[in-house]
Design a protein around this ligand. Sequence first.
Ligand code: OXD
Ligand code: MN
Length: 620
Amino acid sequence: MNSLSKLIGDENYSKLEELGNPHVMRIVERYVRLCKPAEVSVITDDPDEIAYVRELAIRNGEEMRLRMEGHTVHYDGYYDQARDKENTRVLLPPGMRVSPWIKTIDRDEGLREIHQLLDGAMRGKEMLVRFFCLGPRSSRFSICALQLTDSAYVAHSEDLLYRTGYEEFKRLRGSSAFFAFIHSAGELDERGCSKNIDKRRIYIDLIDGKVYSVNNQYAGNSLGLKKLALRLAVYKSHQEGWLAEHMLIMGVHPPGKGRVTYFTGAFPSACGKTSTAMLPGNTIVGDDIAYLRIDEEGNARAVNIECGIFGIIKDVNPVDDPVIYKALTTPKELIFSNVLVVDGVPYWLGMGRELPKRGINHSGEWWEGKLDEEGNPIPPAHPNARYTLRLRDLENVDPRLEDPEGVIVEGILFGGRDSDTNVPIYEAFNWGHGVYVGATIESETTPAALEKVGVREINPMAMLDFLVIPVGKYLSDYIEFGRRLKRVPRVYAINYFLKHEGRYLNDKLDKKVWILWAEGRIHDEYDALKTPVGYMPRYEDLNPLFREALNKDYRREDYELQFSLRIDRLLERMRRIEAFYGSEPDMPEEFWKIHNQIKADLKALREESGRSMVPPSYFE
Ligand code: OXD
Ligand code: MN
């Protein structure tokens, strides 16, 4: 009997052996020896084995059943409620460069530290060995992923969010072309939450295609396949000439026109990405991460590398997000995290009804007025509370979700949380300008990462946290990608958060109209107003869309206010863009050319119009 089969038992061993992949064997052996779990379970694609993981999460207390069939709740530790930017680091070998805001640690030093932390980290626990496929099965887009974890919640979440991949690993025929993720929640407290948060570390090894994550459970930190895999994919796609993006994919179905047009869209976390992907009347392919490649006819094609949603639940209510709300309140396999629970019923912020005054939440037993260690009031549910479910369990899932060829992308949306600068929507002049639009998304920070909320930051393609290659190179890749296309997607800047005198100028569902307008533009159905920043919609086109899509009156004065060019604000942003990108080497020349042109045009417009806020009628 060889040493690995002695270590993990014959049954587990033969499951691994069947893959015919010595790299998998080596990784499993190394981390079983290091992490020292009490038990190991190798899980294949067999539904019984997957059910075992789901049950294990209940048995070991990581999830509790809720009243509705299939629903469970999971809690992360009080200080482990979002992505930990500080302790997420790229292992940097000598001579390698990443974007300047990405945290790094010397590769050898980081490997030493993380392996010390992993030593014995799974003592008394069960290691789950899981195989997944990032992307549809049998697709040239897709990447195999191996996950080792001592958290059944992590493994269960990945079952909802990713395609099983044991059979896909066989198709690798022994190659090492897969990503590997090693996660341990570490020592747990009496609530089953990671205890040693001060030793939380998430280290990304780009060269080896591996990520190590320890002393955490929040999915954005622990689930290898989510944002950790995105960083590995960014590095790989840069080498190979495709794009790995923080993007939704949706099918837009204009009423009565009998066609579907696919869009992708990048928004920073908690800025409306999921609610866009779940807009009533349309179909969802994905809400978070897309891989884009060029097909033989020169189309941009996209696949969702996930098959589920890990969505923010705050403000999901029957009025603003009817489709999501319904999905959350009907029986299906679904994990809530960090919500308030009373009598087996989950509650969250902004759900459109009054919340109970006591219950269980991410702080344990909770009552109104409870303070945390720093003396801050604890809200009933965390603002970054989440739900995890499968796309195929939704009525609005797009039929092409599993298409190995992906969908043809005809439109791309770029948006941020911007209260005072951009109009609700405009179209870029061309691909290069579209890249500029994406590169200059500016957004106020949100509770999806552990940092100060509400700070304005430039967030290139909503990829700020994930850009493990130098941003100038990334933008050059983007421009080059467009150059290779025969059918170039139109690009839109979109903003749901514009305010006037402290009040939002749009209702949440107005986005339906913006997207229908963009879709119609792609099919040459609408003219537009040419402005220095791009093409803006005409009132004559939006008005009937508001009527048809929302049964709403759209007043000309509302249009005028929403679509006025705020020249001073735009110029202020341009200065922030200059500060952000100014010292960046490898920036594509085209970026600065476009930037300087827009700046000159805006200044000329201010001069010529004598105004700092120019209404859309000026461009008619
Ligand atoms: C997410 C995020 O969870 O971006 O999607 O934080
Ligand atoms: Mn995201």
